[in-house]
Design a protein around this ligand. Structure first.
Ligand code: B3K
Ligand code: ZN
Length: 882
């Protein structure tokens, strides 16, 4: 084990900065390997800080060239500088100016933090702690300053120069082929929201009139020649801006809003004030190159980053422990936007699928942590599903508990009070406590206690008294650092469904008019009166809380819900629960009576025949089985991924065979007509048609190959082409290799499309896949330096291919360990993210568990690991309940 574990930062140790910075003037002279940055900082002692403190500025791999205090060059004896920090032991105890000149090398910056180059363009990424890689600074979010940025570059190399805020001046520098631009951002902001861009970029733009009548110029910058692929993103931006005005009363506050798409980016996108920088994967789309899922992601991420302008930028975080304050809230806001733009129930199901696949997995792993962590070694490792997705669920639960009107009033009060400040989770909750007069201290436990609560529900019908009682118990499993747990405040949205689908007028004590019951004790119950017949309870409607549920319902009762529940989420959930029960039994090698499977498949068929075409997007979700990873998670211990794969294939074949005609009917009636449109309804039809193809191929490989081959040849859009190729990849043989080769040939100049091709091959559930992945790493389109390429090929192998990553011989684990170590030397954030694919290692059966542990120990034992990888490796190996 490594011994030099980085220092731990703790929430309880927070104290205000000893100094504040009111204004920052930056002069950046771009150069590929020697960019000069002159930072002029207007500093003053913080009245809330220590009176005698030294000034310690953060740095990271910066090279100090000159330093002056109030214009006087500082002699070496008056300061100390290293690449990591700049210290002035005796700074003035009054406002003063520090001028710092540093030199940095954007070309060799493979970490993609700070200033770096992507396809020859200059760009920045400063969240969380990247600004200190540009200049020395008080690089913490509660130090907020007004920035003016002057950028200078060769006009030939960087004709476009962008910064935060509004453009105030631009011009040529006589006789030198150089030019400059000055940007000023009047809104005080933390350094993590700083950005600049310089490069050769194409542009699309449109003007937007805000609700108060101000004109804003919206522009998206992309690789020249790809401008037409930015139209959808631009449209999504405009819709997001309008929606935030209508849904939250939030208006945009600068004269311009710029988005730049770059091809080397560590995550999805970044909300820098007035200058969002995006992974081009989440900007560029055309029917020929992007799938329906890509369009939906672009819409969601454009919205997410835009919404940060209020939830994150106007109101920012006091410290990084409060990350969920901006991320959870902003995810909630983008989910609401997508639900309003698309189908709410379908979107809710998609959200929950993601939450379970990523957050529940994390919560059950050695990496489990509270939504507001109490400590960290490396903050970049806390941009997690827990902070984001569970953080959003907390906001949603709050809205469920207090209702939409009070929720909006609370949001308004929060913005009003905290605008222009660096706030905390307490500030957020206080606003809601105040407008409702409620005590939210118990509810606040959701931020502090990790782990997914397990709620068990038992129903009892009293025919004579016509009452129905639901008994609830809750329990949260131990997680690292939290061996014992308190009961949570869980909103349960509940209703009763009559077995024949008729109406059931019943009212429950302590269930409000919206059907919400608050479970805030270890056990509790609700009694409904006036219940005319034995009902089937529909519990956690709309997935009203991020919990796991155990119901004492039979499969038959659950299938009543699939048919008759008025809550679409629970209709879907009912089918999933039955499928999961069967899949778990099959995976464990238990003998599952054919009749049990037949009951399920005939219920699915009945559903398909009766309802599917009314809402194809919903139907596509309802007929898709839980993933192999979902099944593994449900089993939870001694997992055998091979058995799970076989069980799922077995069930798919049964469903396909039982529903053969219906599925073929869908293929015909949902055939694509007319031009491609990415709207939700059209996407839903494609989804059902392609889900049908998958089941048909599972039922009859020959038929599947013929149908998929035909669709592959004739598809008029990427969604259908990729779906058919995906089905073909599950069928070994020449047809598959031919189709893969054709696809490669067709898209050889489209890196984002080749990523999909990498992903499909990495996910092939066959023994040869690891060799294939290794081979593909030699492909000319692959680059170990580009995060999208690495994630598509290596990340997909580890995260999507349960069976091959978790090979019993350990070769999948060893491969990933090798790549993690290789990538760590270049890009620690990317390496750490890849390493999280080990998070379910403790669930595996003994042999695999041993091999995974060996690979993890090999990583953890390496000298010179980054803090990012060192932290994930160490936590992955810690005893679960230590
Ligand atoms: N706030 C950024 C994420 C920054 C990640 C830093 N490691 C994107 C977002 O959540 O909108
Ligand atoms: Zn965000």
């Amino acid at each position: 084990m490594r011994t030099d574990i980085a220092q731990i930062v703790r929430l309880e140790d927070y104290r205000p900065s000893d100094f504040l910075i009111d204004r920052v003037e930056l002069d950046v002279r771009l150069h590929p390997t020697a960019t000069r940055v002159t930072a002029t900082l207007a500093l003053r002692p913080n009245p809330e800080g220590r009176a005698d403190a030294p000034l310690v500025l953060d740095g990271d791999e910066v090279n100090l060239k000159a330093l002056a205090l109030d214009g006087r060059s500082l002699p070496g004896g008056e300061f100390g500088a290293s690449p990591q920090s700049l210290t002035i032991a005796q700074p003035p105890r009054r406002p003063f100016t520090l001028t710092i000149e540093t030199e940095i090398d954007p070309t060799s910056n493979t970490k993609l933090m700070g200033l770096y180059r992507s396809s020859g363009n200059y760009c920045t990424q400063c969240e969380a702690e990247g600004f200190r890689r540009i200049t020395y600074f008080l690089d913490r979010p509660d130090v907020m300053a007004v920035y003016t940025t002057r950028i200078e570059a060769e006009r030939e190399e960087a004709p476009v120069l962008l910064g935060n805020g509004n453009l105030v001046e631009a011009g040529a520098i006589e006789g030198k082929g150089r030019h400059y631009a000055v940007w000023h951002d009047p809104h005080p902001k933390p350094s993590y929201l700083f950005a600049l861009v310089g490069g050769r970029l194409g542009r699309v733009a449109k003007s937007f009139t805000t609700m108060s009548g101000r004109e804003v110029e919206l522009a998206i910058y992309v690789e020249p020649g790809k401008e037409d692929r930015a139209d959808y993103a631009l449209d999504a931006l405009e819709r997001s801006m309008r929606w935030d005005e209508q849904a939250f009363g939030r208006e945009y506050d600068l004269d311009v809003f710029n988005i730049v798409a770059v091809s080397d980016f560590n995550m999805g996108a970044m909300e820098n004030k007035g200058l969002n920088i995006f992974n081009d994967k989440y900007v560029l789309a055309s029917p020929e190159t992007a799938t329906d899922a890509d369009y939906a992601n672009i819409e969601a991420i454009i919205a997410h980053e835009y919404f940060h302008n209020w939830s994150g930028n106007r109101v920012t975080c006091r410290d990084w422990f409060q990350l969920c304050l901006k991320e959870g809230l902003t995810v909630f806001r983008d989910q609401e936007f997508s639900s309003d733009e698309r189908s709410r129930p379908v979107h809710r199901i998609a959200e929950v699928k993601t939450l379970r696949a990523r957050q529940f997995l994390e919560d059950a792993s050695p990496l489990a942590h509270p939504v507001r962590p109490a400590q960290y070694r490396e903050i970049n490792n806390f941009y997690t599903a827990t902070v984001y997705e569970k953080g959003a669920e907390i906001v949603r639960m709050l809205k469920t508990l207090i209702g939409p009107e009070d929720f909006r009033r609370g949001m308004d009060l929060y913005y009003e009070r905290c605008d222009g400040t660096a706030a905390t989770v307490e500030d957020f909750l206080d606003a809601f406590a105040e407008v409702t007069g409620r005590d939210l201290s118990h509810f606040a436990r959701w931020y502090a206690q990790a782990g997914t609560p397990r709620v068990t529900v038992k129903g009892t019908y009293d025919e004579a008294a016509r009452t129905y009682r639901l008994d609830f118990t809750q329990e949260t499993p131990a997680t690292p650092g939290q061996p014992t747990k308190e009961p949570m405040a869980i909103p349960v949205v509940v209703g009763l469904v009559a077995r024949d689908g008729g109406a059931l007028d019943a009212s429950g004590d302590r269930v409000n008019a919206q059907g919400v019951f608050l479970l805030d004790k270890a056990s509790d119950s609700v009694t409904f009166t006036g219940v005319a017949s034995r009902p089937v309870p529909s519990i956690f409607r709309g997935f009203s809380a991020p919990v796991k549920v155990t119901l004492d319902l039979t499969n038959e009762e659950l299938l009543v819900l699939l048919r008759h529940d008025s809550d679409a989420f629970n209709r879907w959930q009912a089918a999933q629960t039955v499928a999961m029960r069967l899949l778990v039994e099959l995976s464990k090698g238990a003998s599952v009576p054919d009749a049990a499977i037949a009951d399920f498949t005939s219920a699915l068929r009945a559903f398909m025949e009766a309802d599917a075409l009314q809402d194809p997007a919903f139907a596509a979700l309802a007929i898709t089985l839980p993933s192999e990873a979902d099944i593994a998670q449900e089993i939870g211990a001694d997992v055998d991924p091979d058995a799970i794969h076989r069980a799922r294939r077995h069930m798919r074949r049964h469903i396909g065979q039982a529903c053969l005609e219906t599925l073929q009917d869908f293929r015909r009636s949902l055939a694509e007509t007319g031009a491609y449109s990415p709207d939700a309804a059209s996407a839903g039809r494609r989804a059902l048609r392609n889900a049908s193809l998958d089941l048909l191929a599972a039922a009859d490989a020959e038929l599947g190959e013929a149908l998929a081959g035909e669709q592959f040849a004739s598809a008029g859009n990427m969604t259908d082409r990729l779906a058919s190729l995906s089905v073909l990849t599950t069928l070994p043989g020449d047809a598959r290799e031919k189709a893969l080769a054709q696809f490669e040939e067709r898209y050889r100049h489209e890196p984002l499309v080749l990523d999909k091709w990498f992903t499909l091959q990495a996910a092939i559930p066959e023994d040869g896949t690891l060799e294939r992945v290794k081979r593909l790493m030699q492909h000319p389109a692959f680059s170990i330096n580009n995060p999208n390429r690495v994630r598509s090929l290596v990340g997909s192998f580890a995260m999507l291919n349960q069976m091959q990553f978790n090979r019993a011989d350990g070769s999948g684990y060893e491969f990933l360990a090798d790549i993690v170590l290789r990538v760590d030397a270049l890009n620690p954030q990317l390496a750490a993210r890849l390493l999280t694919s080990f998070s379910s290692w403790r669930m595996m059966e003994k042999t695999r568990r041993g091999k995974a542990e060996q690979a993890l120990r090999r990583i953890a034992g390496k000298p010179n690991l980054s803090r990012d990888v060192g932290d994930i490796a160490a936590r992955s190996l810690e005893e679960q309940n230590a």
